[in-house]
Design a protein around this ligand. Structure first.
Ligand code: SAM
Length: 265
């Protein structure tokens, strides 16, 4: 198919999928149903948008690049009652304005902003049924990493606290144009409906986890010395000589909830 020409923009993290077999596999993994509330972040030149629109009645897409928005509007003019194109920065996009719930959010995310996008979506987790993203494989490895691994960090703790996470498939650079320098991978994130041990204050949890991993070579006692005394660690039965990467997600919840209960600000 002849596609309108578009010069890929690095600042928008544009690496367009062009391998039909890979596109087909990704759409099969998404498994769109006619009634799904599907949202695609960064539709670009429509590589995923086209097959998604074949399988679902309504599709919302969020694209920052106004030239691509024009191309999409032109190509999908006949489907404008089903394809809702939002020209917007996803980081500023208010998902509540869609008036939908059980959102299924998918996309080949711009790599340069993938972490902030994930955190922005976490803020909207109660609206979301599931998410299926293509990211740098390195980032997917970090999202899914277990404690005691050097890839385990802030992203692992924050996302595994809120979601079931699953790495599904690795994709080589040749599937994209222009080809990125590194492998990509697909991750599925399903927000948990109930959390066994919930945090009492998400902002405290988020700050504590960030501070712990900002000094990951220190012991947890030193990394969090502005939060806790040795007695606190003992009372919580968490060995204070461990490093931040050796603590489980639940350990972080315990620490955050304890801090929330003792802080006086
Ligand atoms: N989905 C297309 C594909 O697979 O070929 C394009 C993927 S490309 C990696 C990322 C897309 O996200 C680009 O179309 C880019 O313009 C768009 N994008 C980049 N930053 C964005 C942002 N802040 N908000 C919304 N879209 C953004």
């Amino acid at each position: 198919m002849d596609k309108p020409q578009h010069q890929a923009r690095k600042r928008f993290g544009q690496n367009f999928l062009h391998d039909p077999a890979i596109i087909g596999r990704i759409v099969d993994i998404i498994n769109p149903q006619a009634e799904d509330n599907l949202i695609e972040i960064g539709p670009g030149q429509g590589a995923l948008t086209r097959p998604l629109l074949e399988r679902t009645k309504q599709l919302n897409v969020i694209e920052i690049d106004r030239d691509l928005v024009s191309l999409l509007k032109e190509e999908f003019a006949m489907a404008s009652d089903r394809l809702h194109i939002h020209e917007a920065d996803v980081l500023k996009f208010d998902f509540t304005t869609l008036g939908l719930s059980k959102l299924r959010i998918v996309g080949n995310l711009p790599y340069n902003i993938s972490t902030p996008v994930l955190f922005h979506l976490l803020d909207n987790a109660e609206l979301i049924q599931d998410m299926l993203f293509m990211l740098q494989k390195e980032v997917v490895d970090r999202i899914c990493a277990s404690p005691d691994s050097h890839k385990y960090g802030r992203l692992s703790v924050m996302l595994q606290y809120a979601c079931e996470v699953d790495a599904l498939m690795t994709i080589k650079p040749g599937a994209f144009k222009p080809a990125p320098k590194v492998d990509s991978a697909i991750v599925r994130l399903i927000p948990k409906k109930t959390i066994d041990t919930p945090v009492t204050n998400f902002a405290v949890f988020s700050r504590l986890v960030r501070d712990a991993f900002s000094q990951r070579r220190k012991t947890i006692r030193n990394a969090l010395k502005t939060y806790f005394s040795n007695d606190d660690f003992e009372a919580l039965d968490i060995a204070s000589d461990k490093r931040p990467e050796n603590l489980s997600v639940n350990n972080y919840v315990t620490l955050a909830n304890h801090y929330d209960s003792i802080r006086d600000d």
